[in-house]
Every structure is written in C-alpha cells, then in structure tokens.
Design a protein around this ligand. Structure first.
Ligand code: ATP
Length: 294
C-alpha cells in the first residue's frame, strides 16, 4: 500500500450480469493526485466499474490494482476478510455513494464525529463540517437537512478519514448552482492536498471544471479517454461565428480561422457586428456526438 505508482490500474475489466455484459475490456489508469471523471449515459457501466474498484462488486475478468492492492482480495477473498491489510487499505479510501445523508435522530456533528473514530488519523470533524458548508447545521438532526445538505454530509463522511483516494458518485446531484461552485472549490482543495479523486457525473460542466482527465463509457466500453480540452479532438474543432443577418434571423459560418471571419465582418459592417458570437463545441456537444456515434 506504500506503492507510489498509479492510484488505479485496470486492465481488461469485464463484468456480466447473466447475459448482460455491463463492463467489457476496460483499461484505465488514474495517476496519484489526479481528478479523473468517468462519464457515460445511464446504464453505461460507471457504477459497476467504480464498485469493483471499491471492492463492493466482483469482476468476471481483468486485473485491478487500487492503491497497490487488488480490491477483490482486500474486500474479502477467502481468508482475507477483516485482515489487517484489508482494514488499512479501506482506511485509505473515501467513498461518497449516490446519497443517503440520513442518520435517524443523530445530529450532523454527532455523525461526523462518529465516523471519524473509524480512522487512525481522522481530520478534525469541526473543520470538515465547515469545509462542506454545514457549520450552521452542526446541531441539526440529519433528517431535517435539505437534499443538497444531505449530499454535503455524505461528502463530509467521505473525507473525514483523510483518504488518499476518494470516490465520488454523482456528488452534486440536487445542488443549487452556488453550492455546486463551492463544492468544486472543496474538491480542488482536496486534490491540491494530494488526494486522488475518481468522480462520476452527468454534468459535463462539472467534468470540465474539475477533471484533469475524463473517460467516456458507453455500453460497457471505454470509448474515449483524454483531457476535457482534447476529448474527441475538441481542440481541433471548427469555431462557429454567428451574427444577426440584415433581414432578421441569424447567419452562421464554421471556420478554422474565426478571427479572419470577424475582421471581414467588422469591415463589412463598419464597426460593431450585430449579435456577434464566436463559439466552439462544448464538452457536452462533443460528448453527445460521441455517445450518438457509439
Ligand atoms: N445488480 C445488478 N444486477 C443486474 N444487472 C445490473 C446490476 N447492476 C447493474 N446492472 C446492469 O449493468 C449495466 C450497467 O449499470 P451501471 O449501474 O453500472 O450503470 P451506470 O453507468 O452507473 O448508470 P447510471 O448513470 O444510471 O448510474 C446496466 O445495464 C444495468 O442494468
């Protein structure tokens, strides 16, 4: 577990449920200190993949190393359940599942302090509560929290053990825009502190804002892997220049040299070009093309 290689190495991963091949031939490597986002439509195989990495599901084929350990072994191969090695491995991993955030009559402070006791070197519960933006809810019973606040509590529980590797499954579902921005700040702080983060999300702007690299899974296969800026050769995509046409409506021109197009238009209009915009495909445009093509 002291291995300083990649945080996650997956080769030839396959998982079937009866006749349904949920994950097939997936190769993936996540470097230490990286934020990696796994994207893909509903049912693509993201949760299955992530739960195999967490040691909660068995694979049918392939090799997996997570912080230098095979999660299938750490999570309970014969004779290994509850072993010291497995316990130490699990203590280095933080998991934020698709939310629960409710703990009967316990308060936020009680729950976070309780979870902190499971770890050898936990973070200060009060500071964690503050960082997830629940300082004013420390004495609130968890069932009184709003949906977004419950997700924040889930995140607090995922990070209180100071994990080396944090799994976040659709962490900001139900967050308002301001809470989402705050959450992104928290995730970046964790990364800057050395935490490796594997994130699944359906929000493309979240992947763009956070991820060093993204992987796209469709129908169980990894169909693309790159930085958000380069995914699907996005960096080489043509720009679209659009402006309001003389007779109403819009004119559009796709171009590899949009500056030249804008100069030409500026000359034609003798100054301001009405309604001028220059845009390039968003990560969402690229992603949707990719998913459609696959
Ligand atoms: N426990 C299970 N038993 C049988 N089939 C399952 C099970 N879990 C997942 N599947 C199937 O495996 C495929 C992948 O599901 P998975 O939950 O990994 O997708 P996902 O990418 O996480 O989707 P979502 O974005 O909706 O969370 C789907 O076809 C799903 O129906």
């Amino acid at each position: 577990m002291e291995d300083q290689g990649s945080a996650i190495v997956v080769q030839g991963l396959r998982k079937t449920y009866g006749d349904n091949v949920a994950v097939d031939a997936v190769d993936l490597e996540v470097a230490r200190g990286e934020i990696f986002a796994l994207l893909g439509p509903n049912g693509a195989g993201k949760t299955t993949t992530v739960e195999i990495l967490e040691g909660y599901r068995k694979r049918d084929a392939g090799t997996v190393q997570v912080l230098g350990t095979d999660p299938a072994v750490a999570a309970g191969g014969p004779g290994t359940t509850g072993s010291e090695h497995a316990r130490r491995w699990r203590q280095q991993i933080g998991i934020v599942l698709q939310g629960t955030g409710e703990f009967d009559e316990l308060t936020v402070g009680e729950v976070v302090r309780h979870f902190a006791r499971f770890y050898p070197k936990p973070d200060d519960p009060a500071s964690v509560i503050e960082r997830v933006g629940l300082a004013d809810k420390v004495k609130a019973r968890t069932h009184t929290l709003s949906g977004g606040q419950k997700r924040r509590l889930d995140v607090a529980l995922g990070i209180v053990g100071r994990p080396a590797l944090l799994f976040l499954d659709e962490p900001t579902t139900g967050f308002d825009p301001e809470a989402r921005r705050e959450f992104w700040g928290l995730i970046r702080d964790l990364r800057d502190g050395g935490t490796t983060i594997l994130l699944t999300t359906h929000y493309l702007e979240e992947a763009e804002a956070l991820a060093d690299r993204v992987g796209v899974i469709a129908a169980g296969r990894l169909i693309a892997l790159d930085t958000p800026g380069r995914l699907g050769r996005r960096d080489e995509a043509l720009a679209t220049v659009s402006w309001r046409a003389d007779g109403g409506g819009w004119e559009r021109r796709r171009s590899a040299t949009p500056t030249a197009v804008v100069s030409e238009l500026a000359e034609r209009y003798g100054g301001e070009v009405p309604g001028l915009t220059v845009s390039r495909p968003t990560l969402e445009d690229i992603y949707l093309d990719m998913i459609g093509a696959s």
